[in-house]
Design a protein. Sequence first.
Length: 276
Amino acid sequence: MPETRMTFIEKLRDRWQASNSLVCVGLDPDPAKFPDAFVDDDDALFAFCRDIVDATAEFACAFKPQIAYFAAHNDGEAALQRLIAHINGAHPDVPVILDAKRGDIGSTAEQYAVEAYDRFGADAVTLNPYMGRDSAAPFLQRNDRGCVFLCHTSNPGARDFQELLVDGVPLYQHVARTIATEWNGDGNCALVVGATFPEELKVIRGIVGDMPLLIPGIGAQGGDVEATVRNGKTADGTGLMINSSRGILYASGGAGYADAAADAARELRDTINTFR
């Protein structure tokens, strides 16, 4: 019999336990910030990210490459394909979340699902739920893969729409409840909730139960680790993928950039674990 593929959620839960880590390493490569060793390197996007991945894998519960940082460059998407293939080969226990925030009509969404899951080989993809269930269906139907929906984001403009009252309840709470109760029939959903809104995080955790939450906003955006962990963790001390990108990628601009990234990832893991 063919080997059954582990689902994204199964892979993530196993990884939380094996790594004792809730750190998601964000891969947002900006060549302008790369160490001098990568000047005039035509393969810099892949090579820099590969080095970061290999240095931080033992401290990571997930990797999250942001597609725009690759697609902005000629041959960048090919570099992204190679990078995810490298992660899947060298670190097969660490799930990969493609940060693409897709959301479009059904027929277009079908192509985006093929892009994320088949072309790039990601275990999960971030999605925008604004266009409703039919825009999410092609992703949800791939029930071995993860669907990570925006719920309450970390940016200042999050309040413009996400906190508007609908029947007396903030819109983000409707989003959380609908995804948890109506869209998650195969148990492959997760939500994006910003660390910069810890009280809203607590409310969302109460709505969605043990659903995994991807947490941006720690570090450069000012999110507080202690409030995030205390308000977002599940009863077993997991349930969170706390993302750090710049704080890990650019921990050093010198020759020791990979070791510095590993140190930053380890330090964040240990800080998070003091509050679990």
